[in-house]
Ligand binder design. Structure first.
Ligand code: TYD
Ligand code: MG
Length: 456
């Protein structure tokens, strides 16, 4: 047996040091080095010889997955973020803040996959707590087995014995192995335990769900290492005190990323929101200045989202710029364009921007909706209530082409909007079927034109 050596691994950046130091030499974080036992690399192929005989290459067309490779969960919004159901032998990491609904979603999933055998390994809650939750949710899952276990070796043994089709580990932070000296929840433990569980999933052909808590900084604990190891990473978003929950796929080897699934937390668990546009624009007030409607693209679908801006005289020497759900730097650029190109001065004003429903907008096409909401708030003039918009804004105040304009137009028309403002580049050659929709498609070249079109 090769001799083990002790090294110190930084839990922030993964740098390896030979001696203990208070401060990581790589990322300069304090107190992040953890003692880790590492087996030396095998000197020759023979010494570290693996049991696998090696895999013969296959032809591209031979390797087409057979039917039945995917397993639909029956929860439409979850299947959507998974890229069309669960893949056999895949490992999925579900991250989110405590209390956001990860365990609840897992129980729904278990009920939907019944009668497949499911093993729920819970290091956080006792079987009775899980039973109580299941009762509250009126979940019926006859073949769901609970194992209150945190020891990795015991978990692997129970999986081997029970041969489940799906294993849920809630949460990976509670699992630890006696092979490593560091305490549960540390990077070494999380990484090594996850890696052995994932290997078991691939070898024994079961689907593995790993639940992970998000740290205060908003990253999955065990910085990024887990994300590389699994096939799919789903992230729960939403505020604890609000009802909606958004599940976003941030990585998916079996489907597109940035797909979202929208849920609502109700008395008896999570309920799907199958028409998110209605949800994101419900409760909006049409006669208030500072509100605009963006036709956004999230993954493979278009969603209408309300953007709100509050612009008011500042009482500070430095005006405040605050935004939730939108990048603050991009907001500053949009304010600068409004000021320089359209002489809309905001230097004496506090500007607050908020995306309704807690959605985070990343795509450039959100620019125009932000500019429109801010201008409307600044001029104290409500925008055209039945108009939606999408466009990227250039620094000269021009509108730049965006992706997927067709889906945006269709969604706005579907929800009864009378007009949609898009960059002119997107409207030059429209399909005849789009022209027949009961919506006016306004192509604009500049921000000025777009704002006029929107009623400013
Ligand atoms: P939970 O799934 O335990 O969160 P996590 O596993 O991510 O920590 O969800 C806990 C929250 O959800 C808790 O605050 C109560 C709420 N909840 C409901 O509102 N309705 C329900 O039916 C359930 C099961 C939970
Ligand atoms: Mg939980």
């Amino acid at each position: 047996m090769a001799k083990q050596t002790i090294k110190y691994v930084c839990s922030q950046c993964g740098a390896v040091s030979l001696k203990y130091q208070g401060k990581c030499f790589e990322c300069q974080s304090w107190g992040t080095l953890e003692e880790t036992r590492i087996l030396p690399e095998p000197k020759s192929r023979k010494e570290g010889a693996v049991a696998f005989p090696g895999t013969a290459p296959v032809r591209l067309h031979d390797a087409l997955p057979s039917e039945g490779h995917r397993h639909m969960t029956g929860i439409g919004e979850l299947d959507r973020v998974l890229g069309g159901g669960l893949m056999k032998a895949s490992a999925i990491l579900v991250g989110g803040e405590p209390g956001i609904g990860k365990s609840t979603l897992m129980l729904h999933l278990a009920a939907c996959l019944s009668p497949a055998k499911i093993l729920y390994i819970s290091g956080e809650e006792s079987p009775n707590q899980i039973r109580e939750r299941a009762q509250r949710m009126q979940v019926k899952a006859d073949n769901l087995w609970l194992a209150p276990e945190t020891d990795l070796e015991a978990i692997l043994a129970v999986i081997e014995k029970e041969q489940p089709a799906l294993v849920i580990v809630d949460s990976i932070q509670t699992v630890h192995s006696t092979q490593y000296q560091s305490s549960p929840g540390t990077l070494t433990q999380i990484r090594e335990c996850a890696s052995l569980l994932i290997r078991a999933a691939k070898q024994q052909n079961f689907i593995l769900f790993l639940i992970g808590h998000i740290t205060k900084e908003g990253t999955l604990a065990g910085p990024k290492t887990l994300e590389h190891m699994v096939d799919t990473v789903l992230q729960f978003e939403g505020e604890g005190y609000q009802r909606y929950r958004i599940i976003r796929s941030v990585k998916n080897r079996y489907g597109s990323t940035n797909e979202i699934g929208v849920f609502r937390m109700e008395e008896n668990g999570l309920e799907e929101v199958s028409n998110p546009s209605e949800f994101f624009i419900s409760g909006r007030q049409t006669d208030v200045a500072g509100n605009s409607i963006l036709a956004a693209i999230e993954g493979s679908r278009a969603i209408l989202v309300e953007v709100q801006a509050l612009v008011s005289n500042t009482n500070y020497s430095m005006p405040q710029r605050i935004s939730t759900g939108f990048d603050l730097k991009r907001m500053s650029i949009i304010l600068a364009v409004l000021e320089k190109r359209l002489q809309m001065e905001t230097w004496g004003q506090d500007v607050f921007v908020k995306i309704a429903g807690g959605l985070k907008l990343i795509e450039p096409a959100a620019d125009l909706a932000i500019a429109a909401a801010v201008s409307s708030g600044l001029m104290n003039r409500p925008l055209e209530a039945t108009a939606a918009c999408s466009a990227e804004i250039g620094l000269s105040g021009e509108l730049r082409a965006i992706s997927d304009s067709e889906r945006r137009i269709r969604e706005a028309a579907h929800l009864g909007f009378k007009s949609i403002v898009l960059p002119e580049a997107n409207t030059r050659s429209l399909k005849p079927s789009l022209k027949k929709l009961p919506i006016r498609i306004a192509g604009c070249r500049t921000l000025q034109e777009a704002l006029t079109e929107l009623g400013i």
